[in-house]
Write a protein that binds this ligand. Structure first.
Ligand SMILES: *Cc1c(COP(=O)(O)O)cnc(C)c1O
Length: 393
């Protein structure tokens, strides 16, 4: 396997490394696209992993990219210049709005009434109409979001507009001064981590609510964006979100609403699986009856397990060589906690995991490190060297 060949060929000082399997990413993204009906547009939420090679590898499968800051906008625009962008996220500054309009961003996920007013006031910087989706924080049926770790809606949050405020903004959009803005739809990204059936139930509620709202106002909506948040199961690296069931369900939903376009904007479920964080075991020691392996690097490179509270799945690549005359430190109990080099007890990548054998000098390869991994981590803490970056395929 090319991944293991690459890792075996590195010297200890070349670790840790991030390796991205771009061929696998292209294949996965194409399968996701193929599972979705035609009237579902697929956007990639760039914040999950904005590596230029990743953005480019997704290019043929996605309809566009969702960006959430002026920085992401400039970066994504440079990496994939020909793709449409949608600009979302709370707290857009006037300068960001103006430069995004100048750069030709035509799709906006509006988070508040003040932002809508700012956008209208600055829209003369655009050389055409500006499409607006109002981000709604909808009440969803009890229990709909119970299974998730990150809920952005259905409760008080800093995201989007309550239903009454959506109505206010719809009325505002008909007033003088808002002529350059075109209300095309509703955007709702309510939670991250929903399995296909739950995701579909939420999508149905969002669509039904949006269309009922439009009817009350006597307007037509072209599009409903039901967000991202498709589940990724770190406890089971082989499991995948059921894109086929989701696509089939969305097709049924679209059958009930001819003329409507749906959009989704997953991040994690697209890019998690293509990324690996590989490193060398520096030391193995016993502490109060438990085994600890200390690796080069740690959660300053891969913060995800510490912040989400999961064990990052890994495999061991044994290295036969042991250059020292003393006994090789090794796991003695059949279980290991893998920790990094930081001086904090939170620097744990995986805790109490069964292993047949693990010794100092062996290599470990953490899987599912392609989303919210390097780019969400606190790189400067303790000033260890940065990992190397490798792209396969
Ligand atoms: C983060 C985010 C996404 C992507 O979420 P995932 O859980 O990575 O799929 C999509 N839309 C919005 C508005 C977001 O903030």
């Amino acid at each position: 396997m090319p991944l293991h060949d690459l890792i075996s060929g590195l010297t200890p000082d070349q670790f840790p490394v991030y390796v991205y399997d771009l061929a696998a990413l292209r294949e996965h993204a194409a399968a996701v696209r193929a599972a979705l009906p035609e009237r579902v547009e697929l956007y990639y939420a760039a914040k999950a992993n904005p590596e230029p090679a990743i953005l480019a590898a997704l290019g043929s499968a996605v309809d566009g990219y969702e960006v959430s800051s002026g920085g992401e906008l400039a970066h994504v625009r440079a990496a994939v210049p020909d793709h449409p962008l949608a600009f979302g996220g709370p707290g857009k500054t006037p300068a960001e709005i103006e430069s995004a309009l100048r750069l030709g961003v035509r799709r906006w996920h509006v988070e508040s009434e003040h932002e809508l007013r700012l956008l209208a006031a600055l829209a003369s910087a655009a050389d055409g109409p500006v499409d607006v989706l109002l981000r709604a924080n909808l009440p969803v049926a009890d229990g709909s979001l119970d299974s998730v770790k990150l809920a952005m809606g259905g409760r008080p949050t800093s995201f989007g507009l309550d239903p009454a405020l959506v109505s206010r903004c719809v009325r505002l959009l008909a007033e003088p001064g808002f002529e350059r803005l075109r209300l095309v739809g509703v955007h709702a990204h309510l939670a991250s981590g929903l399995a296909a059936e739950a995701q579909l139930a939420v999508a149905e509620q969002v669509v039904e609510w949006s269309l009922a709202m439009a009817e009350r106002h006597g307007i037509t909506l072209e599009e409903v964006n039901v967000g991202g948040g498709m589940a990724v199961d770190y406890a089971d690296p082989a499991a995948r979100f059921d894109w086929t069931a989701f696509g089939t369900g969305l097709a049924k939903l679209l059958d009930r609403h001819p003329g409507l376009t749906l959009r989704i904007e997953p991040g994690r479920a697209l890019t998690s699986y293509c990324g690996y964080y590989a490193t060398e075991v520096l030391d193995v020691k016993q502490s109060h009856g438990e085994d600890f392996a200390i690796v080069r690097g740690g959660t300053h490179h891969l913060r995800t397990p510490a912040t989400r509270g999961h064990d990052q799945p890994f495999t061991v690549l044994p290295v036969a060589d042991w250059p020292h005359p003393w006994e090789r430190p090794a796991v003695t109990t059949g279980r290991v906690t893998v920790a990094g080099q930081l001086c904090t007890p939170k620097d744990v990548l995986a805790a109490g995991i069964p292993v047949a054998e693990l010794r100092a000098g062996d290599r470990v390869v953490f899987a599912m490190a392609g989303a919210y991994a390097w780019n969400i981590s606190h790189h400067e803490f303790l000033m260890h060297p940065r990992p190397g970056f490798h792209f396969l395929g």
